[in-house]
Every structure is written in structure tokens, then in C-alpha cells.
Design a protein around this ligand. Structure first.
Ligand code: SF4
Length: 618
């Protein structure tokens, strides 16, 4: 690519990948995004972008983008005009209404305005079966926080972490899931000598920061480590208990989580658990960081509760300069939670919809902005549901594996082709701006939902995202009074910099049940996100181009496996052949594979557990 700077049109927007919500500037030439650069004067990222944001945009220009609606005729998907596609979808939804019902599963990369219209559309279509991606995980974590603190979001903004003297990061290597937030933690550690404590099942780059201490737990048992820390706070009289409800019940449930008992089940030594709890209690300001998303499904409610219990007992919850951070996987995960893209009272969540479809109890499924086959755990379960459901509609950028099975495929716009807002993991509402037109006849999800709603009889009509935002702000807790037109380059943090908990109620805890085996297989992110768009972008592909199975050196040596060898991994009735990657971050007996690269079948092996017992052979 060659162009003079003055030939490039620059448009400010927000990264479409993760819940960090970095602002960036798209450079446009001939209706293509040709460059991305940072703007160090705006947004949360202070001029930083990670590889996904900086180099992961080329999927937007891909020749493989869907350009026209597709309708299945005589078994083949053929291009049709929009009116024919909309009519087919509307008829399918109407039939579903009188039969087994319609299910709607949305991704969390839609804007707030689009998600709001989708919710309205679900009402017009007469279904309460509405969920957003990663249903179970999001549901688990938010249920946990709701029960303890009465909220479902982070309590503070990112910059406050920089002034914390103790930071506890749970399960995720934030350098991989939310890298720019990881940089803020880096600043806290390097500039202010903050103590970083990491509770995780593998060592990560995060844990290599100066003075960082990783409490390396057996996979799936991280929640017990947190419970052990809470037990120490209470038994050593370090806990802040004023105004805290539920203490007696919590104390009783924590009796089984003495540091020695936790050490036996998790592999983390008892003294490290004690030290970590004392450090958290002794901090003037502390932060607890929890990431959530599709690969973090197991024990999500328990993790939410255990993290919030610690936030309360350490005096962190709601205190100025402290924070509990809930970091969603996708660009608008927080918006989807705020807007309540969840099943209605009688409705089914994403998992239950798939089960109902397999059992012949769902007549139609509408999947928006998500490749269920590519990204969801237990690919075989998803495949069965998609085969069984009589009518499948997929709205997306590409003919994904899920879209290829659909009866109707609707071509959608990317983040670079729309106006609207995302809410990031610190509750910051930020504006996207249209930089390029969509390819062919692809349309924004907002336009597609409007067409469908009007065909199904809705009389509501909107002049654009601003009008939709005005309506959603009036009914979304925390959003009242925010005006779309006055959301500037820094965005607006709903609820303010510090969100006070509605109450402080510690909740009894449990541990985790994890199948034992010679090897424990775990999954997660490796630079990419779910991979549904990032694997189509040259930047991330250049760094991690194919699936692999990572083993620790000791295990690799015992199996006589070297870097690049093909290995067989067997578990959950699935057998995969993957290239070996030998590293030092995994404890003995633990193997890891990133959950992107759907074709490698990792999400066939991983069915949502914290860890899968597997066999590994050369
Ligand atoms: Fe985009 Fe997240 Fe990377 Fe920021 S940290 S550039 S939001 S992927």
C-alpha cells in the first residue's frame, strides 16, 4: 500500500475487538481502510493499540465479505434482493411464532443502538428467547456480582489502577485478552511499584512483570485460591466487615478453605495464599481484575462471587481509587449486559436454545454477528442444533461455518461502516463513526433490524443511532441523561468514575469439580479473540497463524515431543492432531490450545469445562 498522507481521509472510531474500547483513527483511501493509527489525545488508550487493533483491520476490506443477501433454494444458497430475503425471514419468524418458537442469539460486537433495536425486534417477533454471545459465562459472572454487590459492571475506570498498590488479576493474562489495560497495570507496577498478584492456571507475560507473584493453580481450581484468601482475611481479623451482610454464612462455607486445604486441592502453597491475602488487606488502594468470555465459561458464577467477596472483605468495593474490574471479551460485552440482552422471564438462554433446537422444540434460530460453530464450546452440540432447527437465519460479515448452514444469510456492516456507541469494560460509552461504505449491498444491523421490525408490523421508526440512543438511555439504568450528541472523544462513563455498590453482601462459596486425568487440557486466547474475524486479518495471522497444542518442557521431554511435532490429543470422545509448541509457562500435566482456529476442532474437545482430562501422545 502506497499513498501520500494528504490522500488519506482520517476518521476517529473505536476498536471493534475487545472490551478495552481503544479509540483509533481509520485511514481511508478509495473506500478501503488502509491504515490504523492511534490518537494519543483521545480515549482510554493513551496512544496505545495492541496487535489486533493496530493490524487486525484488513478483514474489513476482504474480498470474502458478504455483499448480497443469500437465500437457500433447492439446497443451494443463492444471491437474492433484500425484499425477498426480508420476506423470507419474516415468514419464517411468523411460522415459528405459531409453532415451536424463535430463538435469537446475538454477538457482543453490535452497537448499543443495534442491540436495543434487536431487543425490540424480539418483542415484535413475539419471543422471549434472546441472549448474547457467551450466555452462560456472562450470566454466571453477572449473577455473582449482582448477588454480592448489586451491580453487573466494573466499579471503577482504568486509569485508577495506575495508583493502586496491590492488583489481583484473576484467570486471564490481560496482555492477551485486554492488552492495553494490561499496559495500565504495567505502569502501576513499573512506575509505582505496585504488587501484582496473579491467580491463574498458566504462567503468562503478565506474571513476568517486576515483583509479580503468580499463584499457579491446578486448572479449574482458581476459585478455591480466592476462597482461601477470603478465609485468611476473616480468620486473621484482617477483613473489613462493617456494613457487610452474610458474614456468618460465608464463614461457615469457608471452613473447608483453610490455606492448607486449598493448597492440597490447587497446588498453590499455603504460605503464598496467606501472603497474598495479607497484601490485599494491607493495600491502601487495590484493584481486582476479572476477565470473562467464551473460554472462561466454567465456574463463572463462583468466580464472580469469590472475586466480589474478596473486594468486600478487603475494603476495596466502592472505595475511592479502588476497583473491581469486569472485563468483557468483546467490544460491546458491557453494553449487551447493560441493555439486558438476556432471556425474558419465560425465555431460553443461548445454551437452552441450542438444546431446544436439537430436541425439535425450536422452529427458528436467528444468529446475529456470531459464528456459533467457530466460537462456541462443544462444536458438535452446536452442529446438531443447527442441523435440527427447521429455519436458520445468520446475519454476519462473512459466510462463516454457521452462515453456510443457514436458510437465509443477511450481509452486515463492520464496525468501520457504522455510527453508534459501544460501552467498554470501564462503562465508558464511546462513539463509532462511519469511515467507509459497506461492500455491495451489506447493511448495518440497525438498518436490517428496522426493515424486519417494520415488515413484522412495528410502527416504531428511527432517524438514526442518535434517536435510538435517546430512547435506550431513558430505559437503561445508568444511561439516563446522557445525550448522544454530546458524547465527545473521551466518551462518557455511565455511573461516574466510581460506582458505589448497591449493598455489600458476601455470599457462601463452593469449590470446583474438575475431572482428573494424566493431562488437563485448558483453552483461552492467544493474541486473537474468538477468531471469527481476527483469523481473517493479516496482522494477527502473521504472529499466530495456526492452531497448536502447547506443552510444558518437562511433559514434552517425557513424551519425546519437540516443537513442531504432530501430537494426538484425546478427550471428551474427540481426537485431534495438532502441532506441538513447547514452552515454559505450563505446569506439569497441563496442556493448552487457543480456542480460535475452529477448523482445528479445539471447540469440539472443549465443551465449556474449566479443564478437560485428556491423553496426549506423539
Ligand atoms: Fe482493540 Fe482491545 Fe487491542 Fe484496544 S486492547 S486495540 S480495544 S483489541
Amino acid at each position: 500500500f502506497k499513498a501520500r498522507p494528504w490522500q488519506i481521509k482520517e476518521v476517529d472510531s473505536v476498536c471493534g475487538y475487545c472490551g478495552n474500547g481503544c479509540t483509533l483513527t481509520l485511514g481511508v483511501l478509495n473506500d478501503r481502510v488502509e491504515t490504523i493509527r492511534f490518537n494519543d489525545k483521545t480515549g482510554v488508550n493513551d496512544g496505545n493499540l495492541c496487535i489486533r487493533g493496530r493490524f487486525g483491520y484488513s478483514y474489513v476490506n476482504s474480498e470474502e465479505r458478504l455483499k448480497k443477501p443469500l437465500l437457500r433454494k433447492d439446497g443451494q444458497l443463492v444471491e437474492v434482493e433484500w425484499p425477498e430475503a426480508i420476506e423470507a425471514v419474516a415468514k419464517g419468524f411468523e411460522t415459528a411464532r405459531s409453532q415451536g418458537g424463535l430463538g435469537i442469539i446475538s454477538g457482543a460486537r453490535l452497537t448499543n443502538e443495534e442491540l436495543y433495536l434487536l431487543k425490540n425486534l424480539s418483542k415484535v417477533a413475539g419471543t422471549a428467547n434472546l441472549d448474547h454471545s457467551g450466555g452462560e459465562c456472562y450470566k454466571g459472572v453477572t449473577e455473582g456480582l449482582k448477588a454480592t454487590l448489586g451491580l453487573t459492571s466494573s466499579t471503577a475506570t482504568f486509569p485508577q489502577v495506575e495508583n493502586c498498590d496491590v492488583i489481583l488479576a484473576i484467570r486471564s493474562d490481560f496482555y492477551e485478552t485486554h492488552p492495553v489495560f494490561g499496559m495500565v497495570v504495567n505502569q502501576a507496577v513499573k512506575r509505582h511499584e505496585a504488587q501484582l498478584l496473579v491467580v491463574a492456571d498458566k504462567k503468562g507475560k503478565f506474571g513476568k512483570l517486576p515483583h509479580a507473584k503468580t499463584l499457579l493453580s491446578r486448572p479449574g481450581h482458581e476459585v478455591s485460591v480466592l476462597n482461601g484468601m477470603a478465609q485468611v482475611l476473616l480468620s486473621e481479623g484482617l477483613a473489613v466487615t462493617e456494613g457487610v451482610q452474610g458474614l456468618d454464612e460465608l464463614k461457615a462455607s469457608l471452613a473447608q478453605f483453610t490455606p492448607e486445604a486449598v493448597a492440597a486441592s490447587t497446588g498453590v502453597d499455603a504460605e503464598s495464599i496467606r501472603q497474598a491475602a495479607r497484601k490485599l488487606a494491607g493495600a491502601k488502594k487495590s484493584a481486582i481484575l476479572l476477565a470473562y468470555g467464551l473460554p472462561y465459561t466454567a465456574n463463572s458464577r463462583e468466580l464472580g462471587i469469590a472475586a466480589a467477596n474478596l473486594a468486600i472483605l478487603s475494603g476495596n468495593a466502592g472505595k475511592d481509587g479502588c476497583g473491581l474490574y469486569l472485563c468483557g471479551e468483546k467490544a460491546n460485552s458491557q453494553g449487551a449486559i447493560d441493555l439486558g440482552i438476556l432471556p425474558g422471564k419465560e425465555g431460553l438462554g443461548a445454551s437452552a436454545m441450542l438444546e431446544a433446537a436439537t430436541a425439535g422444540k425450536l422452529s427458528a434460530l436467528y444468529v446475529v454477528g456470531e459464528d456459533l460453530l467457530g466460537a462456541y464450546p462443544d462444536r458438535d452440540r452446536v452442529a446438531k442444533a443447527l442441523t435440527a432447527v427447521p429455519f436458520l437465519v445468520v446475519q454476519d460479515l462473512f459466510l462463516s461455518a454457521t452462515a453456510a448452514q443457514a436458510d437465509v444469510v443477511l450481509p452486515a456492516a463492520s464496525f468501520a461502516e457504522k455510527d453508534g456507541t459501544f460501552t467498554n469494560a470501564e462503562r465508558r460509552i464511546q462513539k463509532l463513526h462511519t469511515a467507509i461504505p459497506s461492500p455491495g449491498e451489506a447493511k448495518t444491523d440497525l438498518a436490517i433490524f428496522s426493515m424486519l421490525a417494520s415488515r413484522l408490523g412495528s410502527t416504531l421508526s428511527y432517524t438514526g443511532p442518535g434517536a435510538v440512543f435517546a430512547e435506550l438511555a431513558a430505559v437503561t439504568p445508568g444511561y439516563a441523561g446522557i445525550n448522544y450528541n454530546t458524547i465527545g472523544p473521551q466518551g462518557v462513563v455511565w455511573g461516574g468514575e466510581i460506582l458505589a455498590p448497591a449493598f455489600k453482601k458476601v455470599v457462601p462459596v463452593s469449590g470446583a469439580a474438575v475431572a482428573a486425568g494424566t493431562f488437563q487440557f485448558i483453552t483461552g486466547s492467544a493474541l486473537y479473540h474468538s477468531g471469527t474475524v481476527s483469523t481473517r486479518a493479516q496482522g494477527p495471522n502473521a504472529v499466530v497463524s495456526e492452531a497448536y497444542l502447547e506443552l510444558g518442557r518437562e511433559d514434552a521431554a517425557a513424551l519425546k515431543v519437540s516443537e513442531g511435532d504432530l501430537v494426538t490429543v484425546k478427550g471428551n470422545g474427540v481426537e485431534l492432531r495438532l502441532k506441538a509448541k513447547v514452552d515454559t509457562r505450563l505446569p506439569k500435566g497441563v496442556v493448552f490450545a487457543p480456542y480460535h482456529f475452529a477448523e482445528a476442532g479445539i471447540n469440539r474437545l472443549y465443551k465449556g469445562e474449566a479443564a478437560v482430562a485428556v491423553e496426549v501422545q506423539k
